[in-house]
Design a protein around this ligand. Structure first.
Ligand code: ASP
Length: 312
């Protein structure tokens, strides 16, 4: 039994480990590990108090995948409901669909009995948005953003890799050897409204298949969408590559993407034998894992594979 996560997942590790140790499923462990991250006001990249889109609206993306059946559920641009991972799980369990977005996702969350939260952002985050955006725009431009017919001119702010980014990734393997993977994020700070990243796209930011393993991504979601990164890692495992070679190959695929918007990427992965791995295009980045024999998690440096960043 093992839990693997991005380092911001540690706040949820006790809940996830308890489920695994008491014989619960990988799926339950993934959801229980992610929920505290979504509730954590100090994590500005996931759930409550995440950095909002350019208009100041929080839009959440999340997905969950069951490696036993490859069933998946995802929501994108969900507004007003914090346990995005739980809404994604309900999509998987109750609908013949995989992905709901926008108003439909909100409507479905209400139908499933999730409370919508009135105040999703603290005054600090609202002030941070104003301070950061005002570096690039006048007071008048900032005040009239909602009415702007040229919002796209500010998208460079959303995609600037020097600004904030982050996501929570969690992979669990339970006592039956079953694997599940979950991802939740508020996406790129100051993104264009309605933008979906890799987190709700099965195969891009999340993939799990009991027979081979699982993988999840954080970083510039557009790249993981274009390279089908999470699915690629699992496919490389299926083709017989080791977990390290599979991740290195996926990083290389990302490095070979053409075009002008190439930024940063981080991966976590687990093979079917319970071997974890973490990769990053940034030096010093870590990931965490804990097996049922370990008293607490281990924080390990991710293997560095440089990706040449290009911007604009
Ligand atoms: N991958 C996420 C996205 O593109 C954000 C991140 O992890 O930085 O929405």
């Amino acid at each position: 039994m093992i839990l693997v996560g991005s380092t911001n997942a540690t706040i949820g590790f006790p809940a996830g480990m308890e489920i695994l140790r008491s014989g619960g499923s990988a799926l339950d462990a993934v959801e229980a590990t992610i929920r505290p991250v979504e509730d954590n006001p100090d994590d500005r990249t996931v759930g409550f108090n995440g950095y909002p889109n350019i208009l100041g609206e929080l839009e959440l993306d999340a997905s969950i995948m069951d490696g036993r059946t490859l069933e998946s559920g995802a929501i994108g641009a969900l507004k007003g409901v914090i346990p995005a991972i739980s809404v994604a799980r309900k999509v998987m369990e109750t609908l013949p669909h995989v992905l709901l977005v926008g108003d439909g996702a909100d409507r479905f969350a209400k139908e499933m009995g999730f409370e919508s939260t009135e105040e999703l952002l603290t005054p600090e985050v609202k002030a941070a948005r104003e301070k950061i955006l005002r570096q690039d725009m006048s007071a008048a431009e900032f005040a009239s953003l909602a009415e702007s017919d040229n919002l796209r001119q500010w998208v460079k702010l959303a995609t600037d890799p020097e600004r904030t980014y982050g996501t929570v990734n969690v992979i669990a393997q339970d006592q039956n050897g079953d694997i599940a993977c979950g991802v939740s994020t508020s996406g790129w700070a100051w993104k264009y409204p309605g933008r979906l990243g890799d987190s709700p796209i099965i195969g891009a930011g999340n993939y799990a298949d009991n027979r081979y393993g699982a993988a999840a991504c954080t970083g510039m979601g557009e790249m993981a969408i274009r390279a089908s990164t999470a699915r690629s890692i699992v496919l490389y495992l299926k083709m017989g590559l080791s977990i390290t070679d599979a991740c290195a190959q996926a990083m290389q695929d990302l490095n070979e993407l053409g075009g002008k918007f190439i930024g940063r990427m981080n991966l976590i992965a687990l093979d079917k034998d319970g071997t974890p791995a973490g990769y990053s295009s940034m030096k010093g980045k870590t990931f965490v894992y804990q097996t049922s024999e370990m008293e607490t998690y281990v924080e390990q440096e991710r293997t560095l594979v440089e990706i040449e960043e290009r911007w604009g």
